[in-house]
Design a protein around this ligand. Structure first.
Ligand SMILES: [Zn+2]
Length: 345
């Protein structure tokens, strides 16, 4: 089968590898019908040392169940399923609390060296807990939107829910990538009154306005902070959703949060140290929250509005490529020629 391997920074290849197979009785083998490239795939694309790979890539996919292990009870071959970006049993104490990314028996696709979503086949561990059956055909026009349930929509939603977005709240979203834009959509769905989107790519911020942003701030750093304060009577916003992961975005976040407010981070932090003292978080009674989104927890909740067309999170995909062209997909996203690339095997 064909699969995507990253050999080091800037070096992505699609190669023939041994077919994935069912190994454990709780596994399902899924033939991928749609996958995609994530903004977080660009972090190793910039920094992965040449001698640490190759690593299998891809953690967002939809596919058809081809085979199941003996203990899989809820799925059968032929089912169309969406896979969250982490696998989980759905039964442990953390899964029951809705924190599937901390599943006692689960993990991330990165931890399975022979599997990845940017491939033709994937072995899915703990299939009953991980996969969600989709009530449509694999060629449905809803596929791009359904695929966002794997990661980017669920991650934007997690940011908003963790940040306490609710009717009447004001929100700043930092970052105009797919997660930032879907954090805007999520904030709007949760009833936010004002949604300020900080981003500087007009084609993306236009989609952000379509998703519900009331204001767009293209400036960054001190200038951007001043602009958000101007738009909020000098106070900043109740909630800040940080969907970038770099340190300047964190600095922007505490610059624009209102006293008593919450900063919710879902951009994977590319830093370990950042201010928490009087002038950043403490002085204003600021809450800091966020983390890897348990997107599995949100699929059933977000699915109906996707199925009936109330929301179209799939609009974040602006390019579709074949699996063999994945290296060009990485280049296009890295060079900001594409917002998010959908991959069909
Ligand atoms: Zn669990």
């Amino acid at each position: 089968m064909l699969a995507t391997l990253m050999y080091g920074a800037g070096d992505v290849r699609v190669e023939d590898v041994p077919d994935s197979v069912v190994e454990a009785p709780t596994d399902a083998l899924v033939r991928v019908t749609a996958s995609c490239i994530c903004g977080s795939d660009l972090h190793p694309y910039h920094s992965m040392p040449a001698d640490s790979g190759p690593a299998r890539m891809g953690h967002e996919f939809i596919g058809i169940v081809e085979e199941v292990g003996d203990d899989v009870a809820t799925l059968r071959s032929g089912d169309l399923v969406v896979a969250p970006f982490a696998y989980s049993d759905g039964t442990c104490r953390f899964c029951r609390e809705g924190l599937h990314t901390s599943c006692e028996h689960g993990g991330f696709w990165d931890g399975l060296p022979k599997e990845g979503g940017q491939a033709e086949l994937v072995r899915v561990p703990l299939a009953d807990g991980t996969l969600v059956k989709l009530p449509v055909a694999a060629d449905s026009a809803l596929m791009p939107s359904l695929l966002t349930l794997s990661d980017v929509y669920g991650t934007g939603w997690h940011a908003a829910v963790s940040g306490g977005v609710a009717p009447g709240k004001s929100v700043t979203v930092i970052g105009d990538g797919a997660v930032g834009l879907l954090a805007v959509l999520s904030a709007k769905q949760l009833g936010a009154e004002q949604v300020v989107l900080m981003g500087r790519h007009p084609s993306r911020t236009d989609l952000g306005r379509e998703f519900g942003a009331t204001d767009v701030v293209a400036e960054r750093g001190e200038e951007g902070i001043a602009r958000v304060r101007e738009l909020t009577g000098g106070h900043g916003t109740h909630v800040v959703l940080e969907a970038v992961g770099h340190r300047p975005a964190y600095d922007q976040a505490y610059g624009v949060v209102r006293p008593g407010g919450t900063i919710s981070r879902v951009g994977v932090p590319q830093y370990d140290d950042a201010p928490v003292g009087f002038d950043s978080l403490f002085g204003g009674n600021i809450t800091l929250t966020g983390g890897p989104a348990p997107t599995r927890a949100y699929v059933e909740q977000l699915l109906p509005a996707v199925l009936d067309g109330t929301v179209e999170p799939g609009k974040v995909f602006d390019r579709t490529i074949d699996l063999v062209d994945v290296p060009e997909g990485y280049r296009a996203m890295d060079e900001r020629r594409a917002l998010k690339v959908l991959v069909t095997p």
